[in-house]
Design a protein around this ligand. Structure first.
Ligand code: TXE
Length: 488
């Protein structure tokens, strides 16, 4: 058991209240760490540090190349520590080791991508009258509050920090109170990389108090949030205090549309991976499979034949493909949705309960669950469950598939399986979602924008788009005539 402190203004400190929170391994209920439980007053201290570092510090005045080199260094240190970070991620949030290894490597890539992008932030010039010059410069938006969730702790920290730092911003990052450990380890690496004090501050604490202060504090210029849609709305309300810039990456109820002319084996595989990777605790999870009626039975039978290959267990055990849910409370929420599905009359065809065996008794395990014959109006087809629960919804025509797919308040991700490229692209163009796939599910790249339509959020992370949210735009007009204009 390790006792952590939090990283503020280049120093490691406790919460003012001295309160701590116990961090539990969701796979065996063991106490793995204690972290400071900060409140509003601790956020205020961190905000002052970030404000001073932005207003007076050297960070924003470094050349882009110098900032970029810091990001390359952070990337290198993440790679050096990748084994330890991956194992810690598994212990803290439950995911299988292979998935955590992927996340850590992706986090390193993210810092590298934005390290390179730092030197490619350019302004504009325009054609103007001969007696003037006019151009546009991009400047860092300022002090950023960043609030992240528990499903991809280090990766989400990286998606938030890397573009902000590349742009020249300073940051107060708050990881989820459930999964703060790899963010604190990252802060140590950032310290080792030698960033000036106050540029990155990592504060641990709950949404109530600490998170609310980050959203509403008037010295903060921008808040970036990933989490549930209900919380996103509260962050937005808080941000209205000073009309700070806001980006939101929220939930999804993503349609994975399977046409009869697809490669069936690939769709079976892709359907399971879409729904059950990371225990289904993924905003972009393919939690609704829409299947053409003529393929319905074959797809369902195929998934049932393969589902036992999803080996459950503690994420550090060899061969495990699905770990525990992040917390007892979250497990109960997902279980309650299974009861809702049964009551609504959907047909539970596998899972729906906790696995048997003493090795599972102390963790928040839940079997991968599939409901068949789900109607689009059922709650399990409309609400984000954020666990290993898949709804199968049959459809008859392409038009009906599109209609069902778009009949949701969310618009994060969507996929189409078909060998007919005309149909696949035609359907994709009709879907109201920000991240889409054809004949695959989940792969995404640091170079590509991530974010949703409708209530799945505001703005985009990653890629060239991802840095936009951390930049202001200033026009500079220069008069080349020395004489007064004599307007009056
Ligand atoms: O997330 P929250 P929770 C969805 C998923 C899940 C539901 C609730 O459906 O079941 O959200 O999960 C901080 N002001 N997603 O409760 O509350 C909190 O401390 C400011 C989707 O764990 O959204 C944490 O750091 N901050 C999702 C972060 O917000 C507040 C990932 C996320 O917590 C706050 C996770 C407040 N009032 C859950 N309240 C995705 N899109 O990937 C909480 N927080």
């Amino acid at each position: 058991m390790k006792s952590y402190r939090m990283f503020v203004n280049g120093e490691w400190i406790d919460a003012k209240s001295k309160q701590t929170r116990e961090i539990i391994d969701p796979g065996n209920s063991e106490l793995i760490a204690k972290v400071p439980e900060s409140g509003r007053e601790d956020i205020v201290v961190a905000v002052h540090a970030a404000r001073t570092a932005f207003d007076q510090g050297p960070w924003k005045n470094l050349t882009a190349l110098e900032r970029g080199k810091f990001l390359f260094k952070i990337s290198e240190l993440i790679r050096r520590e990748s084994k330890r970070l991956a194992e810690l991620e598994v212990k803290n949030c439950g995911k299988p080791l292979a998935e955590a290894e992927f996340d850590i490597s992706d986090a390193a890539n993210c810092f590298e991508f934005y390290g390179g992008l730092a030197t490619k932030i350019h302004g504009e010039t325009m054609s103007v009258p001969a007696n003037s010059m006019s151009f546009v410069v991009r400047e860092p938006v300022g002090v950023c509050g960043q609030i992240i969730p528990w499903n991809y702790p280090l990766l989400m920290a990286s998606w938030k920090l890397a573009p902000a730092l590349a742009a020249g911003c300073t940051v107060i990052l708050k990881p989820s109170e459930l999964t703060p450990l790899t963010a604190l380890e990252l802060a140590e690496l950032i310290q080792e990389a030698g960033l000036p004090k106050g540029v990155v501050n990592v504060v641990t604490g709950p949404g109530a108090g600490a998170g609310e202060e980050l959203a509403s504090n008037k010295l903060i210029n921008k808040v970036a949030f990933t989490g549930g849609t209900v919380t996103g709305r509260k962050v937005l309300e808080g941000a209205s205090s000073n009309l700070k810039r806001v980006t939101l990456e929220l939930g999804g109820k993503n349609p994975n549309i399977v046409f009869a002319d697809c490669d069936l084996e690939a769709a079976i595989d892709g359907g399971l991976f879409a729904a059950f990777a990371n225990q289904g605790e993924v905003c972009s999870a393919g939690s609704r499979i829409l299947v053409e009626k003529s393929l319905h039975k074959s797809l369902v039978d195929g998934m049932l034949a393969k589902i036992n290959r999803i080996k459950l267990g503690h994420g550090l055990l060899p061969g495990v493909k699905m770990g525990p849910l992040v917390s007892q409370q979250h497990l109960e929420k997902v279980q309650s949705y299974i009861q809702v599905g049964i009551q609504e009359g959907a047909k539970l065809i596998c899972g729906g309960k906790r696995p048997e065996g003493s090795e599972f008794s102390k963790g928040n395990f839940l079997m991968p669950t599939i409901f068949d014959h789900v109607s689009p109006q059922m709650r399990i087809a409309r609400e984000e469950i954020f666990g290993p629960v898949l709804s199968v919804i049959p459809f008859s025509t392409e038009e009906e598939a599109i209609q069902i797919a778009n009949d949701t308040e969310y618009g994060l991700a969507a996929a189409v399986w078909s060998k007919n490229i005309f149909r696949a692209l035609r359907v994709i163009r009709q879907l109201r979602a920000g991240i889409t796939w054809i004949n695959t599910y989940h792969p995404t790249f640091n170079e590509m924008p991530w974010g949703g339509y409708k209530q799945s959020g505001w703005g985009r992370e990653l890629g060239l788009h991802g840095i936009e949210g951390y930049l202001e735009t200033k026009q500079i007009n220069i008069n080349l005539d020395e004489a007064p204009i004599n307007w009056y």
